[in-house]
Design a protein around this ligand. Structure first.
Ligand SMILES: [Zn+2]
Length: 421
């Protein structure tokens, strides 16, 4: 018989049980909370959730093997689903961070060979084992902040072999750590310096060599492109994404981050799963995403960490009926944080999203973009027991008290993967 555990004495079990579609509008504030709740887990899966009175008799008869976890009046939520991260890279960009504090801009630093290119140089020089070692450190950071699933992009290799190396590192991290990884191929993250004067050849390399190989080795579920006038134009992005679709990959796109370049419109025309960033997207772009059913993935951590104030129009997107997602954009350049609760704080103060909307955006709505909403993203019978016991009594505290980590115990597939002493 599979082992079972019962989580009892929870001030709130924030289940997010509800309709099977991504949550929009007022649905984003409906968390389906069980007050004074308990949860029974059998093996890797959730068996039942209910109030103390409803659950006590069940737990008593569930067998001698049942381990009792006393939450001590704390809040339980689903493990966070971080639908946009760049978690495999070598080195850091702490020098650039310091230069920006002294007044240099991201674009100036990139023009001097810094930015993404400096991480590309370091990552190309690193071995697969080295990338797995540093990746495990970051996996631990995600878990201890309550994130149990990450969408993980390549994109710091920009050669066939280096992109494969990063995707293989992601594959190993998924097997060697308790964190769930959903791999995305982002060979179109930047034009590598050796192709600057013949960029069309780099696009051909992606389409003719990288994508077929990534698909053949089943190293990615999604393909992403950094669509931006200075990076990949709309035409180039179109070419890469339509090719990726032919190889069976789902589509995501970095859109309208630095300029209103039409990325959101492109995402809508292609019917991508997500359009990410959207800091410059206007009302027409929002309407296009709505008509096409594209989910926006908002990344306020990168706006914050770059010292910018161009936050995306989250309120307008929610009011327009878009199924908004929040993610960390964890990466060494523009958003060096794995912390979803830090993102909640920025979302509340800068995007005017309520704590409830933030939780929906980083759990069930995020799971929908990864084609896993039937497995993760809410606490419902049959789903994986990926959950967090937070050291607070009200879920709103997760956004309100900032600069500390709330996760007290974190479980993935019914197994304890982090516990605070
Ligand atoms: Zn990104």
């Amino acid at each position: 018989m599979a082992s079972s555990l019962a989580v009892i004495n929870c001030s709130q079990v924030v289940t997010l049980a509800g309709p099977a579609h991504p949550r929009v509008g007022p649905e984003m504030r409906e968390l389906s909370i069980v007050v004074d709740g308990a949860m029974l887990v059998v093996g890797e899966r959730i068996a039942k959730i209910g109030t103390r009175e409803a659950m006590e008799p069940l737990i008593e008869t569930s067998g001698v093997e049942c381990e009792i976890i006393d939450a001590g009046g704390r809040v339980v939520t689903p493990g966070f689903v971080d639908a946009h991260t760049h978690p495999v890279f070598a080195g850091t960009r702490v020098e650039e961070f310091e230069l920006r504090a002294l007044g240099s801009t991201y674009q100036e630093i990139a023009a001097r060979g810094g930015g993404i290119q400096s991480t590309v140089r370091a990552t190309r020089a690193a071995t697969l084992d080295e990338l797995v070692t540093t990746g495990k450190r970051y996996a631990d950071w995600f878990l201890r902040t309550g994130t149990t699933t990450v969408e993980a992009k390549s994109g710091y290799g920009l050669t066939l072999e280096d992109e494969l190396k990063i995707l293989r590192a992601i594959d190993r991290l998924g097997r060697e750590t308790p964190l769930r990884y959903v791999p995305t191929f982002l060979g179109a993250h930047d034009i590598p310096p050796e192709y600057k004067s013949r960029r069309e050849q780099y696009v051909s390399l992606i389409v003719d060599e990288m994508l077929p190989r990534v698909a053949q080795e089943k190293l990615a579920e999604y393909c992403d492109v950094f669509c931006e006038e200075q990076v990949f134009t709309n035409d180039e992005s179109w070419k890469i994404l339509t090719s990726a679709r032919c190889h069976g990959l789902g589509l995501r796109v970095h859109a309208d981050q630095l300029s209103l370049s039409g990325g959101a419109k492109l995402a809508a025309e292609l019917g991508t799963v997500t359009a990410d960033h959207l800091e410059r997207t206007n009302t027409a772009g929002i309407q296009a995403l709505k008509s096409a059913g594209v989910q926006p993935v908002l990344l306020p951590g990168s706006v914050y960490a770059l010292g910018s104030s161009n936050y995306p129009a989250a309120r307008e997107m929610i009011d327009a009926g878009l199924a908004v997602v929040l993610a960390s954009d964890f990466n060494p350049g523009s958003s060096p944080t794995p912390s979803m609760t830090m993102i909640f704080s920025i979302a509340a103060t800068q995007l005017r999203m309520t704590p409830a909307e933030s939780i929906t955006a980083s759990t069930i709505n995020a799971a929908h973009t990864l084609n896993r909403a039937d497995q993760i993203g809410s606490l419902e019978p049959g789903k994986f027991a990926d959950f967090v016991i937070h050291d607070c009594g009200d879920y709103r505290d997760l956004a309100y008290f900032f600069g500390i980590e709330h996760a007290w115990k974190v479980y993935a597939a019914g197994r304890l993967v982090f516990a605070r002493r």
